[in-house]
Every structure is written in structure tokens, then in C-alpha cells.
Design a binder for this molecule. Structure first.
Ligand code: ZN
Length: 182
């Protein structure tokens, strides 16, 4: 069976699933591996191959259990792949809270989107954007509707900061938007 089986057992199984990163990359939160869509497809095929290897082994209860286990792993990986592809379904979830903070050094906003569990597979958790109106407005064209939603909150906070900056020494660094404001 050799190296392939060894890899299958030893490598990270990405058992918490994969998260969407900016660009078209996916990241495993456990091992920090980054995969593109083809990488995810290869990951599914690796599980299929590991399952097929069991077919050629001797019969018996032991190999049947291994086969079932590997088949489950194939299903699990396929599900991850389908969920990553299925944007409209997974982004239907709305954020529970959006935190916008201003980084003076970078002159940029960091926007964190918090979801109720289970968190949508496709949902971005963290967006960085320059503290300039045109950069913020560019997020309105983002494919993820929750990023578009969050961009409106960044825009709101940006306008508020511009307006209140310097007045009575008050310059807000962060703002939390709760569900009733989103
Ligand atoms: Zn991993």
C-alpha cells in the first residue's frame, strides 16, 4: 500500500472543514493548509482512492469496517466540496454581529463578521479595508452578500469617524453592530 496510505493517515484530515479566504482559496483552520478549488477536488479524490484500495483487500469484517469508514470520509469530503460550491445556500445565514475597528497605524478598518453556529461555510470572518471611501465602496461589489452588508457598516462608521474626529478629542476606534442594526 505504501506511501499513499501513510499520507492518508498522517496528513491533516481537515476535519473541521475548510474556510473561505479572500481570493478563491480555502483554508483549513487546523493545519492552516490553503487549497484552491482544484486542491479541494484532489482532496476528495484522495479519499476515493483510499476507499478503492480497500476493495482490493481480502474480505472479512475488518476490511468491511475500514471500507465503511473510508466511504464516510469520501461523503464528508464531498459534502465540504459541495458546500463550498453552493454559495447561495450557505450565505443565506445572516451575521449575528459585525465589529468594525480602526487601525491608526495602517489607516485601515478591520471588520469582523460573527455568525451564529453553525457558521456558513462560505462566510468570510474577517475583512480588511483601507480607510478610504472608494476602497470601502468597492466592497459593495463583493460576491458574498454578508461582505456587502458589512461594507455598509464600515461606510457608516467611516462617515461617523470623519464627522466626529478631532471634536472634543473624541475619535472612536471601534463600533459593534448588533443584529437589530444589521
Ligand atoms: Zn487541515
Amino acid at each position: 500500500m505504501g506511501d499513499h496510505m501513510g499520507d492518508f493517515v498522517e496528513d491533516c484530515l481537515h476535519s473541521s472543514g475548510l474556510r473561505v479566504e479572500q481570493g478563491s482559496e480555502f483554508r483549513c483552520p487546523v493545519c492552516e493548509a490553503r487549497l484552491d478549488v482544484e486542491g479541494v477536488q484532489r482532496w476528495v479524490r484522495a479519499a476515493e482512492k483510499a476507499r478503492d484500495e480497500v476493495y482490493s483487500l481480502i474480505e472479512g469484517d475488518g476490511s468491511r469496517l475500514v471500507l465503511e469508514e473510508r466511504q464516510r470520509e469520501v461523503y464528508r469530503r464531498r459534502k465540504v466540496l459541495y458546500e463550498l460550491r453552493d454559495i447561495p445556500r450557505s450565505v443565506a445565514a445572516r451575521p449575528e454581529m459585525i465589529l468594525v475597528s480602526y487601525d491608526v497605524g495602517k489607516n485601515a478598518y478591520e471588520c469582523r463578521i460573527f455568525y451564529e453556529e453553525p457558521r456558513p461555510v462560505w462566510g468570510l470572518e474577517r475583512i480588511g479595508v483601507e480607510a478610504e471611501l472608494h476602497s470601502i465602496l468597492a466592497l459593495r461589489a463583493h460576491p458574498d452578500p454578508n461582505v456587502r452588508l458589512a461594507s455598509g457598516k464600515v461606510e457608516e462608521f467611516h462617515a461617523f469617524r470623519q464627522h466626529s474626529d478631532g471634536r472634543e478629542g473624541y475619535s472612536p476606534q471601534r463600533r459593534v453592530f448588533y443584529q437589530n442594526e444589521i
